[in-house]
Design a protein around this ligand. Structure first.
Ligand SMILES: NC(=O)c1ccc[n+]([C@@H]2O[C@H](COP(=O)([O-])OP(=O)(O)OC[C@H]3O[C@@H](n4cnc5c(N)ncnc54)[C@H](OP(=O)(O)O)[C@@H]3O)[C@@H](O)[C@H]2O)c1
Length: 257
């Protein structure tokens, strides 16, 4: 793998975990469109990551890289951080976006699912931040952590995921203190943006009914768009220069109901 480029070191760099598709990919496109070089981490979605990097490099050559790692493996997290720094010899923004998400009914919870959900959602982001902090401090950079509205109001049937996301919200405040004044750390808490796999089959009347029920709980009466998340992440990382330790809900007002 090539890990360095001839590009000017003046171009700012954003490293996003779990960004080969869905919200992460949309956020990577946003940073790229705003002139950043982007490093796209993936675990299993190599073809999607390769395709995204090819598209972005067709717009500006050598402006995107992808790196593979399983974030539940602590050694892979360490080497991922090192490789991310090697890509462009600078880093300005870390977006901790990767996440495993599946139900864990209380009676079936075990240490394996606990570790998988906590490591991918919380532990990896913490240790990436630790390892990348010196470079982010040098650049007066920032970190954005992706959490979930269910960090505050747990999703029934998903206790471990909900706890891990509550941890991400707490980590955001903790790292904001640890890394101030040079590095700002904020979070984005999406509500319903993309239908979960269980609600994807539009031909199933039960799915349509469940969707209607969910939309009925959202004051703005629609799902959000991935672009709403990408814009908020970019705002926090790039524009909100007097904001740190905050988690912004992007949920159509669902939390109010
Ligand atoms: N979508 C929503 O409506 C919504 C709502 C609330 C919160 N969020 C949060 O917003 C963020 C993005 O949401 P999303 O729905 O786009 O995420 P997603 O598709 O569920 O997951 C993003 C990526 O995380 C990676 N990942 C999972 N386990 C991993 C592991 N062990 N090691 C490395 N990577 C791993 C996967 O990469 P590979 O595919 O390469 O394996 C996956 O593509 C997540 O943090 C999510 O919790 C999303």
């Amino acid at each position: 793998m090539k890990t360095s480029t001839n590009q000017s070191h003046d171009t700012r760099v954003c490293f996003l975990t779990g960004a080969s598709k869905r919200l992460g990919a949309c956020t990577a496109r946003k940073f790229h469109a705003e002139g950043f070089n982007v490093i796209i981490h993936y675990n299993r979605s190599k073809s999607e990551a390769d395709a995204l990097v090819a598209q972005l490099n067709a717009v500006r050559s050598s402006s995107a890289f992808c790196l593979q790692a399983d974030l539940t493996d602590s050694e892979q997290v360490q080497s991922l951080a090192r490789l991310a720094l090697d890509c462009y010899q600078r880093l300005d923004v870390l977006v901790n976006n990767a996440s495993a998400f599946y139900p864990t009914p209380l009676a079936e919870c075990d240490h394996k699912t606990w570790d998988d959900l906590f490591d991918s959602n919380l532990r990896a982001g913490f240790f990436l931040a630790q390892r990348l902090a010196p470079e982010l401090e040098q650049r007066a950079g920032s970190i954005v952590n992706m959490t979930d509205t269910h960090a505050d109001n747990p999703l029934k049937g998903f206790p471990i995921y909900s706890l891990a996301k509550a941890g991400v919200k707490a980590m955001t405040k903790s790292l904001a203190k640890e890394l101030a004044p040079r590095v700002r750390v904020n979070g984005v808490s999406p509500g319903a943006i993309l239908w979960p796999p269980s609600l994807e089959d539009e031909s199933d009347p039960a799915v349509l009914e469940a969707r209607e029920k969910m939309l009925g709980k959202i004051p703005l009466r629609s799902l959000g768009e991935p672009q709403n998340i990408a814009d908020t992440v970019f705002f926090l990382a790039n524009d909100a220069c007097y904001v740190t330790g905050q988690t912004v809900r992007v949920d159509g007002g669902r939390y109010l109901v």
